[in-house]
Each structure stands twice: as C-alpha cells, then as structure tokens.
Design a protein around this ligand. Structure first.
Ligand SMILES: *Cc1c(COP(=O)(O)O)cnc(C)c1O
Length: 459
C-alpha cells in the first residue's frame, strides 16, 4: 500500500494525539526502548522478506480471491490499532463498538433485514458460518444441515466440529430444484445452506426456488454470501434472476465477508440473524468479563471473545467513503469487476485456443486450453492448465508475469458440457481467475492475450 497517505492525512488525526496527551505525559519504560538502527534493520529485513509474495496488489494478479485493503481501511485500522480496542465488551472500546453496530446495520439494510435483526462482525467467514450453524443446531438439536456440492468446504468441516449430520445435493441446470432436492432426507434437515456466490465458480444458487421448497417443510435457510454478498449492491444489473437477491431478507441467517469484497484487511467477517431471539443461546455469566452497563455488549451476542475494534473502525471508515449503493461507492467497484469477467468471457468465447467453462455470474471466470477442431482429453487439458499456471509466474521479468489459479472439476460434469472431449481421468483441472480488482475491467483482455500466446506454444 502507498504509505504517503499516512503523511498526507496526519493533520486530520491531531485531535486523537491531543486526546492522548491530555492524560498527562509519561516516560516509556526502558525495557520497551529499541534502538533506531535495530528498527531500521528489522524493517529492511521485513521489506525484503515480503517481496517473496505474489503481487496481490497488481491487475496481473488474476488468481485467488485476495487483494490488499483500500488505503482508507489500512489507515483507519492502523490508527485504531494504536489504541487496540477490544470489541468483546463495551468497556473494551465504546467508540469502535458503536462503529461496529453502524456497519452491521448497513449490511443488514443491504439485505433487507428490518431493524430487529441481530448481528456482529467476526474474525472470518469461517467463524461467522460456524456461529450460524451452531445456532442452527441449538434450534434443531436432533437435525442436520444440507448444502450443495459447490458449497465452501467449511460447512462439512463445521458439521464435524458441531457433530451434526450433513447432506449434500447437486444443483443441475436441466432439473427443477424440487428434483435436485428430492433425495434429501427432509425430516432430518433443520437448516439448508444456500451459497450466493460459490467460491470456486462464482455461481449464485437459486435462493428463491429453494425457499419455496424449504418453507413448507419447516426447514430453515442460511445464506453463505461470504464472497458474493457485496454484489447485492448491483443485483439489478447482474445477469441472473433478481428474485434470488430480492428474497435474501427471507433467510434466517446470512454471512458476508468484508475482508473478501469489502476492501478490508483480513480479520473481518459478519453474521446476521433475522430473528434476534436467537440471542438467548449466547447467554453466559462469565466472571471474567467486565460488563458494566445495561446496554448491549457485542460480546454477549458473539461466539468469539476478543476481537479487533480496529477491524470495525476500518470497515466503518471505508463505508463513509464507499457507501453500499449501486451508483456510488461499492456499486461502481463491483460493476467494474463484473464487467471484467464479462469481457473475459467474450474474449474466451472468440478464442481458438482458450475456452470458457461456464458463463460468469459475478467476477470469476474459469477456462481451459483446447483447440476447437482437436480438443483432446481431460488429462491433456489438466496438463495444459498446470503448465500455463506455472509458466505465468515463472517469467524472469516480473512485468511479464501473470498469476492465475487452478480449479478442479469432476470429469463427468465437465463432459456433460463438452461431450467432444475424451474423458480419460476422474477429474479435470481448469484455469480460474477471480477478477476482484476494478482495474481489471481494462486489463483483462491484454492479460488473456498473453495467456493465449503461451497456450499456443503448448499445442
Ligand atoms: C471465503 C469463504 C468462506 C470462508 O471464509 P473465510 O473468511 O476465508 O474464513 C466461506 N464461504 C464462502 C462462500 C467463501 O467464499
């Protein structure tokens, strides 16, 4: 991140410095003093070691789901971290607890939950989902959960942690939702998980039909929108049916990760419950915590204890600069990311060598290398994907490098779409790009042209 922002905006932080000083000056204990030369040496060494990273900051990084936070988030985080408030209890950080409630309210409004919801930030999407599943178990102690085969692996893992039965279903385009779900043991499912924005392919699962199927069967709905949730700001402009996004407010719980598409540093997930009465399951009377007032403490409604108040301050500051609106703030960022994926799809569709796997719904594209007239087999496609993946990042000139990711699918699923390709392996490895940098709207075609060059050399 560009560190000049710290210098530029330093005067805006003067009040905080004056407030600190107003308590009286004191001398730092000698045990905490470090020689400047040691700090400099340490920072040089840190700087050198960090160059071992992939270039997450750059548009030529079109691989996994990660990118640096916005500078306003980094700045707000580090300023707040200097005080290190703990949002576990109000006394741990009254202002950052207030900011957390405002952020969570903004997310609840985005999804259409009315003012009586309950929710809070968490350290990750994993913990947020764990919490939602824990509440699912509290409400239906003798029932399990169900999720699609494309759900994040965290759900099967957390079902183990919580000792809940887990069932999977497969959503196939050619069958109705009822047909896809009919094999599920209805009586033993308490909560069904719908992923809005799957981590692998960026698919939005058909919430509306799933709600219609689940409600008459008294099955709760949890939405995992850890990655896809911010796309709600531009749902009117996305290719799929709007009704899935519009009905999010009917779900019993929702998870969204501000550290994925919310411009935040890691350490920021969020869980929301439609019914605040689930708060009773959180009741504890620990003698350790220091609940001093009658007002709601975030620690009373969260599974985790200590949590960074800085994460709330960072997200709060970001929302001041980037509101959750379609034409202002987050909307234009997500629109550019989505456009990057649409452009990529257009490019792949016209290419003689690169082929799209499925049409992108959000900002993830998946593709593979095969000549139209001599497509080859699943194992040759896998080999080509792996070669391109390594070749991109191994160019000696960093300005010529590119970074993409690999994605493995079942060969049976693959060959249903592409029957001309010979199946000679159980799985097939594809290329995948998460285009979560808005700059990629204008760079992705050039990047794909380079990948195409390298692919040509392989054939
Ligand atoms: C990323 C992700 C998770 C896990 O969240 P973390 O913040 O990485 O712990 C869960 N579900 C989905 C759909 C995700 O994309």
């Amino acid at each position: 991140m560009d560190t000049s922002i710290f210098q530029t905006f330093h005067p805006s932080l003067q009040q905080l410095q004056e407030w600190k000083d107003s308590f009286g000056v004191f001398t730092t204990h000698p045990s905490l003093i470090v020689d400047d030369s040691i700090i400099q040496k340490t920072l040089r060494s840190l700087s050198e070691r960090l160059t071992g990273n992939y270039p997450f900051h750059h548009p030529n990084y079109a691989g996994q789901m990660l990118k640096p936070p916005h500078p306003i988030a980094a700045l707000a985080y580090s300023v707040t971290m200097g005080l290190n408030p703990n949002n576990h209890a109000l006394d741990g950080g009254p202002p950052s607890s207030e900011m957390e409630k405002e952020c969570v309210q903004a997310l609840a409004n985005l999804f259409g939950y009315n003012d009586t919801y309950m929710g809070h930030l968490s350290s990750s999407g994993t913990i947020a989902n764990l919490e939602a599943l824990w509440i699912a178990r509290c409400l239906h102690p003798n029932k399990g959960i169900a999720y699609s085969n494309e759900a994040h692996y965290t759900h099967s893992r957390m079902a183990q942690v919580l000792d809940m039965e887990a069932h999977t279903f497969q959503l196939e385009d050619e069958n109705s939702i009822a047909e896809c779900l009919e094999a599920l043991p209805v009586d033993s499912i308490g909560t069904l998980i719908v992923t809005m924005g799957t981590t692998g392919l960026g698919k939005v699962e058909p919430l509306s039909e799933i709600l219609d199927w689940a409600r008459p069967r008294s099955i709760r709905i949890h939405i995992d929108a850890a990655y896809g949730g911010f796309f709600k700001t531009i749902s009117d402009y996305l290719p799929g049916p709007n009704v899935h996004w519009d009905r999010m407010q009917e779900a019993d719980s929702i998870v969204i990760d501000p550290h994925k598409h919310g411009l935040q540093p890691y350490g920021c997930g969020c869980v929301l419950f439609k019914n605040p009465e689930v708060g009773v399951f959180y009741k504890h009377d620990s003698p350790y915590t220091y609940f001093s007032s009658e007002e709601l403490h975030l620690g009373e409604i969260s599974l985790e204890c200590s949590r960074a108040g800085a994460a709330a301050a960072s997200f709060w500051a970001t929302l001041q600069c980037f509101p959750l609106e379609p034409n202002h703030g987050f909307g234009p960022i997500l629109t550019a990311c989505h456009m990057a994926a649409i452009k990529a799809y257009g490019y792949l569709d016209n290419s003689e060598i690169l082929n799209p796997y499925i049409a992108p719904e959000l900002d993830i594209v998946t593709y593979y290398v095969a000549k139209k007239n001599a497509p080859g087999s699943t194992s040759t496609i896998s080999d080509r994907s792996k070669k391109i993946f390594h070749q991109g990042m191994n160019n000696n000139d960093p300005s010529q490098q590119y970074y993409i990711s690999l994605y493995t699918v079942n060969s049976q699923d693959f060959s249903q779409r592409f029957p001309e390709i010979l199946v000679d392996s159980n799985q097939v490895v594809l290329l995948r790009s998460v285009l979560m940098r808005p700059e990629q709207e204008h760079t992705i075609e050039k990047l794909l042209a380079r990948i195409e060059e390298d692919a040509k050399a392989l054939l």
